[in-house]
Design a protein around this ligand. Sequence first.
Ligand code: SF4
Length: 55
Amino acid sequence: MPFMNPGLCGTCHHCQLVQTTRSVFYLCRRSKTDPRFPRYPALPVLTCIGYQKVL
Ligand code: SF4
């Protein structure tokens, strides 16, 4: 099954993959402390003020 291109979330330090048997969700961990960020952003995320590239 092809996966949706997550955009920035795919390389962001704050992203957590949530896998089920049928799908993969991109959870934004910034959403736990900052209401500006949705728990599950609409993908692909093309711009984001919270983005931090995984090192
Ligand atoms: S901070 Fe932005 S780029 Fe990073 S996981 Fe959250 S929504 Fe995606």
